[in-house]
Structure formats: C-alpha cells, structure tokens
Design a binder for this molecule. Sequence first.
Ligand code: ADP
Ligand code: MG
Length: 485
Amino acid sequence: MQSHIYEPVIGLEVHIQLLTQSKAFCGDDISFGAEANSQTSTISLAHPGTLPRANKKQVELAIRLGIALGCEITSTTYFDRKHYFYADLPKGFQTTQDSRPICMGGTIEVGEGTSRREIRIHHIHMEEDAGKSIHDQSSEGSLIDYNRAGVPLLELVTEPDLRSSEEVYQFINKLRQLVRYLDVSDGNMEEGSLRADCNVSIRPKGSSELNTRCEIKNINSARFAARAVDFEIRRQSEILEKGGTIIQETREYSPGDDRTVPLRGKEEAHDYRYFPEPDLPPLSISDEMLRKVKSSLPILPAQWHNKFTTEFGLSIYDADLLVEHREIAQSFDTLLQKSPDIQPSLLSKLYINKIIPHCNESGISIGEFEVPGQHIVSFLELIETDKISTSVAYQKLWPALLETKEHPQLLAQKLNLIQSFDEDYIAESVKLVLIENPAKVEAYKKGKKALLSFFIGQVMRKTNGKANPQITRKILQSELNSSTD
Ligand code: ADP
Ligand code: MG
C-alpha cells in the first residue's frame, strides 16, 4: 500500500461528543435517538434576547481528557464566535474556541516496540454541535432537526505527525478507549459521538516540507478512516506520478465504493470573523479544580498495560485485550489481588477465551457476570493442581459451571471429570484402544509414529477426558514398543 517514493503526512481533527446531561449553553436534554426537534429551547433555537450559560460539566470533562493526555491546561480560557451561514446553525455563528483553547499540547502513543511513536496533540478546544439537515425525507424540501444544535463537543487537533493509515486506525482507537475510560464520552462512533476529519498530504521520502493537503470530513469509524487515508494516499501519488498537482479541497469518504470524492474546494472557504463571545465571561481554571479533576482520574489503559505485562508477565497481546475496557481491567486485577496463588496467564486465558466473549454475547457487563470470583479461582485451581485437564475444564466443566453456578470442585466430582492418575485404570483403556485399532497399530509399528496422538485421543475419548495425558502417553509408548519385539 505504501509508495516507495512518497511519505504520507496526516493530521487529525477529532470531534468528541461529551457525556453531559444537557447542552453546552442551555439545559436541553441530549440523549441520542429522541424524536426530531423535541430537545430544543429558546436558547438552542437562538431566539433574540436569550443568553447562553457555560456548562460546568463540559469544562470539567475537557480538563479531564487534557490531564490524561498530558496537555497544558489554560488557566484563563474563553469562547469565540465562528461566523458562517447555514440553515442548521440558527445563531449564524458557532460558539467555539479559537485563540485560547482550554488544552494545549499532549501526546498519544501509537505502535509497539521499535515502531512506537508519539503523536503530538496541537490543542483541544470546547465547542457546540450544529443541527442536522435531512435532505432525503421529504419531497417538499430539506428538513432540519435541531436536537443536535448546541450539543457539547471537544475538538482534538493533532500535529501532522501520523505517517500511515495503520497509525490513524490506532490513534482513533486509543482515543476512543481513553474517552471511555474517563467517562468523557461514550465513544460510540456509529452514533456520531466520535468523528474524525483526516488531513492528508504526501511528500518525497526524506523531505520535511508540508505539501498541499486534502481534508476528508466526518468519518465515523476507525476502519473507514484508515481506508479513506489509504485511498487518498494512492490518489495523490498517482496525480504526482503523472506530473499533476494536488488541489487543496475538502473531500468525503464513501464506504460503499471505498473512495473519497470532492465536497468543496478551498476557494469557497469562509472568513469566519472569529471574535470573543461577549455573552459568556472568560473562565478561570483554578489549581483547586485541577487538583480535584486529577485526583478523580481512574487508572488509565497504559498504566494497566504496564502492570499486566511487567508485574504479571502477560504477553502484549493478552494485555491489549484485557485493558480494552476499564471494568474488565479492574475486575481482572481485583481477582488476582484476592487470590495471589493463581497464575495470571491462566486467568488471562480464561478471561479472553471464555469470560469476555460470554459477557459480549449475553450483552452484560463484567460486573454482571454470573459466576462468583471464588468459583473462578477454584475452577483454575483444579487445572493448576492437575485435578482436571485444561481441555476437559474448558469444554465440559466451564459450560456446566455457567449453567449451575455450583462449586467447581463438587461439580467436577458430580460430572465425573476429575483426572485419573491410576495407571491400572488407564492401562485398561489403552489395551482396549489398541485391540480396536489393529491397522493403526500395524502402521505405527512400521514407523508412522505420528499415530501416537491418535491413540492418546482415543484413550481420552474412552475415559471421558479423565486419563492423565502424560501417563497415557507413557503407557501407550511402552505397550506399542513392547509389542514390536
Ligand atoms: P486550518 O487552519 O486550515 O484548519 P490547521 O493548521 O488548523 O489548518 O490544521 C488542521 C489539521 O490539518 C491539523 O490536524 C494539522 O495537523 C493538519 N495539517 C496541516 N497541514 C497539513 C499537511 N500539509 N498535511 C497533512 N496534514 C496537515
Ligand atoms: Mg483548524
């Protein structure tokens, strides 16, 4: 996908819808999916003489995200008006921040190991969403839903530091994971809670210039963002290879045919005539407020990841899956703290292969998982102490445990699953298996040693998975080799 001559240069502008109760400058409800125009008021409809009020929660959430990303928090910040005319913007301007954004700087890391890189954040500012124009529902004209007008957003703007579609994909996912950890946003991209504009240009490898870019607007999936960027890199490379020039424009990604198409050119760009919003006073962020927000931050994904890989010795892959959601990381850690004898890697496998998929399938959170922690611990103890083989535990005991929630030890006895180390008992089954498979025994003797695992499988089947595999192997080998003489 990546060209040999050109290097992509990508900067992102991500809109994040905040988990507040109400709109940015008035008390309208903001829940998703309400009936059109049911969440409006004189303020969000811009009636003359109405006055906005800043939403304390919006400011708090901005600071929360800023601190978690290592940003500098601006001590005196204010809102600006950004003027443009559009039917879904009743005020004729958007209340946003221009010259004094609430957060400056900060970074997000992408990649692993030697390809790990820091993407610099230019700033994060607070603003409000516009209404939504609907062009395809009425034959008489366009419709407008003002429910979204005034919904509080943060816009995070990166430096042009990203170098591939893979980094774009990771960046968006990392940001989404973080806003969810922090309860800053629900991060639901399908519902538009996180939307990315991707600015893409290319330049000769080794060059440090910033070339003409195109901006792909409003992408609501990390996968689509990566695809849009890939398409754009290809499109621009082809133009340059043919000796053409890139025209600065705004484009749109169309997932159906996996390409970007022009929306508007730069010549239509507006002069927004920004000026400080006179109806909202500047905001002073006190040290007290910073301290309060800082002390309320949860343990962040990177911190969990570090703990899980260094202290618990888990693989990067396992740790990635366990830290995806805050509640899962927390519950995994709590369980291990309570039962320090459990091998972390065994518990992690159980989480990844059984517990997390079960919760996802039944649409419950990890906190609602039905099997109590002590039962999970004794389930793993049965495996660790060789009372029951891993495969029988996973295939037979686990489903029974989910169903009955009985104590795993009692359940294993009841279901007759406890592993047998009894050599006489195992030898009995070995004999039967060898008698039942004379052709395979013959083949084995002629040198087809790989058949050993077939015989082991047969003994397992006969004993309902109870025969200890090491002892089974030993007896089988000695039986098969002795009968060769
Ligand atoms: P504007 O003022 O036109 O919005 P900004 O300087 O604010 O432009 O940049 C907007 C976004 O575009 C930022 O994420 C920035 O990193 C990115 N960007 C700027 N120049 C380039 C470029 N030449 N190639 C790719 N991305 C760029
Ligand atoms: Mg900009």
